[in-house]
Design a protein around this ligand. Structure first.
Ligand SMILES: *Cc1c(COP(=O)(O)O)cnc(C)c1O
Ligand SMILES: [Zn+2]
Length: 389
C-alpha cells in the first residue's frame, strides 16, 4: 500500500491511517489521505500492461488506501463510458463535448466508487454495522456494498427523498430511517448515532474521496492521457468535485499528464452557498431556508467540502455558478435526445456548460467533459412532472 497518513485539509494536523477519526479532531475539517507518490510513479512508469488495462476503479489500486486487495468489496464499479455528444456540440457551439455517464455504475450513481473503498475500509476496521446520511443515492450505494460485505446497514434520509432510491436501499436489505427535512439534519443525526450507538460512520469523508477521485482518473485514461479544457461537476456536499481535482493533481504529480483542466462546479438555485462565497469573497454561509427543487441529490445547505471546492476551483482557474430548475429540466431533456437518461441533479452540469458557453467563459474551440452523476430512473416522479408541465 502506498498510502502514508491522513492530513487535515484546513489546519494540516496529521493522523495515522490506523486511527478511526472521520474528521479533524482539532478544527473539525475534512481529512485527506496522502501517499508516497514517488513509489507510485516508479511502479507505473513504462508499465505497458497497466496502461492497456480497461479503466475501472481498482485499476488505480496504487492510489487507493487499501492494503489487502483480495479483501476489496467490489460490484465492478467504475469503467463507465465517456460519450462524445456530436449533436449537442453543434447545438451549443463547442468543438468537443463528452459526457461521463456515471449512471452506468452498479447502483446507478458515481457514489459506488466511494462506497467500494469505504466499505472495504469498514471491514478493515472490523465494523459490523454501518450508518450513512444521504439524499438517497449514497444510501442506496452503501446499502448495496454493505450487503455484499455482509454488514448491517442503517440509512438516514430526509423527508421527500425520491422513492426509487428508498426502495432500492430496502431491496439491498438496509434499515431505512427518515429523519428531518433536509440532508443536513439527517447528517447530524447519523453522526450522533455513530458516536452513541457504535456504528461505523460512512459518508462524505476521506476514504470516499479516494474512491471517487477515480472519476477523474478514468476521464484522462479514456482520453488517452489527453487533458480536456474543462470538467463540469454538479455540487452537493462538494466531495466528488474535490475528489476529481485530487485525482487529476495526482496524475499530474507523477507525470502522467503535463497540464491540468479547469474545473467548473454547479449548484442548483436555492442551494448556492459556495457560489455566493465565490462571488462575494466572503466565507461560506450555510443556507437557512429549504426551497423546492427538482435536484434533490444536490440540495445541500451546508456542504462539508465547501472550502475544498473553493480551493479546487481557485487552483484550477475554474468557475462556479448556479443554474435554475428550468435550465436543469431543459438540459435533462436535451440529454434524453442524445440517448442518455440522467437524474435531475446530473443535468445541472450540461445546463452550466451551456450557460458558460453563452457567456463566453467556455471558448468555442475548447473541449468539455460534463459529469452525468446518476441515472434518470432514480427519480422518475420529478421527470414525470417536468414532462406534464
Ligand atoms: C451525490 C450526488 C451529487 C453530488 O455529489 P457531492 O459529492 O455530494 O458533491 C450529484 N449528483 C448525484 C446524482 C448525486 O447522487
Ligand atoms: Zn484541522
Amino acid at each position: 500500500m502506498f498510502a502514508a497518513k491522513l492530513v487535515c485539509t484546513k489546519c494540516g494536523e496529521e493522523y495515522s491511517l490506523a486511527c478511526g477519526v472521520y474528521k479533524c479532531t482539532k478544527c473539525g475539517s475534512p481529512l485527506d489521505v496522502c501517499y508516497h507518490y514517488d513509489d507510485i510513479a516508479d511502479l507505473i512508469q513504462d508499465n505497458d500492461p497497466w496502461f492497456r488495462e480497461h479503466p475501472h476503479v481498482w485499476k488505480y489500486w496504487m492510489f487507493l488506501p487499501v492494503s489487502n486487495l483480495k479483501k476489496a468489496v467490489t460490484l465492478n464499479e467504475g469503467g463507465t463510458r465517456l460519450y462524445r455528444a456530436k449533436r449537442l456540440e453543434e447545438k451549443i457551439g463547442i468543438s468537443k463535448l463528452y459526457i461521463k455517464n456515471e449512471g452506468e455504475n452498479p447502483t446507478g450513481a458515481f457514489k459506488d466508487r466511494g462506497s467500494s473503498v469505504e466499505i472495504t475500509k469498514a471491514l478493515e476496521f472490523h465494523a459490523q454495522k454501518v450508518i450513512v446520511a444521504s439524499t438517497g443515492n449514497m444510501a442506496a450505494s452503501i446499502s448495496a456494498y454493505g450487503a455484499k460485505a455482509g454488514l448491517k446497514v442503517t440509512i438516514v434520509v430526509p423527508e421527500g427523498t425520491p422513492e426509487g432510491k428508498l426502495v432500492q436501499a430496502k431491496m439491498y436489505g438496509a434499515n431505512v430511517e427518515v429523519f428531518g427535512k433536509t440532508y443536513d439534519e439527517a447528517l447530524a443525526e447519523a453522526e450522533r448515532r455513530a458516536l452513541e450507538e457504535g456504528y461505523y460512520l460512512t459518508g462524505n469523508y476521506h476514504y470516499r474521496v479516494e474512491g471517487q477521485k477515480t472519476t477523474g482518473f478514468e476521464i484522462i485514461d479514456q482520453l488517452h492521457f489527453n487533458v480536456p479544457d474543462w470538467i463540469v461537476v454538479p455540487i452537493g456536499a462538494g466531495t466528488h468535485l474535490r475528489a476529481i481535482w485530487k485525482g487529476l493533481k495526482e496524475f499530474y504529480r507523477i507525470g502522467l499528464i503535463s497540464e491540468l483542466p479547469r474545473i467548473a462546479g454547479v449548484q442548483i438555485e436555492g442551494y448556492d452557498s459556495i457560489v455566493r462565497a465565490w462571488k462575494t469573497g466572503k466565507p461560506i454561509e450555510k443556507i437557512t431556508k429549504k426551497v423546492p427543487t427538482i435536484a434533490s441529490a444536490i440540495a445541500v445547505k451546508a456542504p462539508v467540502d465547501g472550502e475544498n471546492v473553493l480551493k479546487a476551483v481557485k487552483e484550477s482557474n475554474g468557475y462556479l455558478d448556479t443554474v435554475t430548475n428550468e435550465e436543469t429540466a431543459a438540459a435533462g431533456l436535451l440529454l434524453g435526445r442524445e440517448g442518455l437518461f440522467v437524474e435531475p441533479s446530473s443535468a445541472t452540469s450540461l445546463a452550466l456548460a451551456q450557460k458558460m458557453r453563452e457567456e463566453g467563459i467556455i471558448d468555442k474551440g475548447e473541449s468539455v467533459v460534463i459529469i452525468a452523476t446518476g441515472h434518470g430512473l432514480k427519480d422518475i416522479n420529478t421527470w414525470s412532472k417536468v414532462l406534464t408541465s
